[in-house]
Design a protein around this ligand. Structure first.
Ligand code: GUN
Ligand code: FE
Length: 423
């Protein structure tokens, strides 16, 4: 089988948020796309498999981006003087409306895919736009790339510009059903229901999406408690809800039996945090976006202490950088600012912890993903960190830290997803 093989190199993965397994000069087994563990000597039973020698290189699990917007890739870095709601109105919505034009979508998504393939991420949960043809272009390209992704046609039927607003809840739901029909042929690219956020969706649309979710069992992604102006608006729109998360929960679109990712959660208080913990909602922590849009510093340490599931997101284009290594470094830095400026009980995150969040933490949303332990899907990134090594000798945890803070796509020597080489 061509997706059964052995990689040899300096292998590193998270066992727990605080325990990093480092096995220099070892053998990592991929059998039919599934990891069979890491061994200092190649076990007898695997000696017949092809060996790929990556000696001297670092091998880590593929990185998982739990939240990004494909159509926003084109304007990364622009409008960064604005807060969320103004940025949506002046940058994001005008740009997303261009995806009515399939020729534009082809061009823009080609550039995005080149970047995604070159970087260290292997999986992502992605917002498209409301347009069906452009969403199909995106899904076709993702499928061809070998990456494994969940993609959402966005639902939005209120508080949006006329050229980026579905005419009614019924229209939005009918389009969503057509899109689901058209999305059956993919093996690596699967649909995820995507109400943009509460302000963009009428109650009828939310109820219809909840019915569709029950019918299909599909996962859900949206935004939660990102920015103060947005949170005030949601409270006005849903005066009976006890918190923003409750506004989703009232429509049965907030965890429990519904696999759910909520992006940001920058301002989630104790009630919302408890709700997310009890319902198994995943937080997509997006530190760079939270900085760029002046949203705030998410209480990630509290989420971890309380047992909330957390992964990392680039939130392109709220965040400018697609690489989840960058999100790991940003998450450490933001947590230090929180500790210093907001609450000195919130101990800063370590690189090991954010490496866990960017691999196993987010990977769990996809199943057994984000580790090299026996039975995990085989997603691996081979990193040539020679250009990043200092002149003195360093241990593997320090090599990993250098990669987190300093690496870019040039250091990604090879990348495998479910045992298939994609770079
Ligand atoms: N909330 C609703 N839409 C968006 C979006 O496109 N980006 C971010 N960061 N937050 C949102
Ligand atoms: Fe977002």
């Amino acid at each position: 089988m061509d997706n059964s093989f052995v990689l040899k190199g300096d292998i590193c993965y998270s066992e727990t948020p605080t325990r990093l397994a480092c096995q220099p000069n070892s053998y990592l087994i991929c059998e039919n796309g599934v990891a069979r563990g890491v061994f200092p000597e190649l076990p007898e039973e695997y000696r017949g498999l092809p060996l790929r020698d990556c000696s001297g290189k670092l091998i880590v699990p593929g990185l998982v981006d739990l939240h990004m917007h494909a159509p926003q890739y084109a304007f990364r870095g622009l409008g960064m003087d604005l807060e969320l709601l103004d940025w949506l109105n002046t940058q994001t919505f005008p740009e997303e409306s261009r995806y009515a034009d399939t020729a534009y979508a082809e061009r823009a998504y080609q550039a995005l895919l080149a970047d995604l393939v070159a970087g260290p991420n292997t999986r992502a949960c992605i917002f498209s736009t409301l347009h069906l043809p452009a969403t199909k272009i995106l899904m076709d390209r993702l499928e061809a790339s070998g990456l494994v992704t969940m993609v959402g046609k966005v639902n939005m039927d209120r508080n949006s510009p006329e050229n980026l607003c579905e005419k009614s809840a019924a229209d939005s739901l009918a389009d969503t059903r057509r899109w689901l029909e058209d999305s059956r042929s993919y093996s690596r690219t699967t649909p995820i229901l995507t109400p943009r956020f509460i302000p963009s969706c009428t109650d009828d649309l939310m109820r219809g999406l909840a019915d569709l979710q029950k019918e299909t069992g599909l996962p859900v992604q949206s935004h939660l408690s990102e920015n103060p102006g947005e949170i005030t608006w949601v409270q006005e729109l849903c005066p009976d809800s006890s918190c923003y998360g409750d506004a989703y929960a009232r429509f049965d679109l907030f965890g429990g039996d519904v696999p759910t990712i909520m992006a940001h959660c920058t301002w989630s208080g104790p009630e919302e945090t408890e709700l997310m913990r009890d319902r198994g909602v995943y937080v997509a922590h997006c530190p760079q976006s939270n900085t760029n849009l002046s949203s705030g510093i998410a209480p990630v340490r509290t989420f971890l202490n309380e047992g909330v599931r957390v992964g990392l997101g680039s939130d392109v284009a709220g965040g400018c950088h697609a690489s989840i290594f960058r999100a790991m470094a940003d998450a450490v830095q933001m947590s230090k600012m929180r500790w210093r400026l907001v609450d000195d009980a919130d101990k800063a995150l370590t690189v090991e912890e954010t490496f866990f969040l960017g691999t196993r933490g987010g990977g769990a949303f996809f199943g057994q993903v984000g580790s090299f332990e026996d039975g995990f899907e085989f997603d691996a990134v081979v990193i040539d960190d020679a250009p990043l090594l200092p002149p003195y000798s360093v241990e593997m945890p320090d090599r990993l830290a250098r990669v987190v803070y300093l690496s870019d796509d040039r250091h990604v020597a090879a990348k495998f997803v479910r045992g298939k080489q994609v770079k």
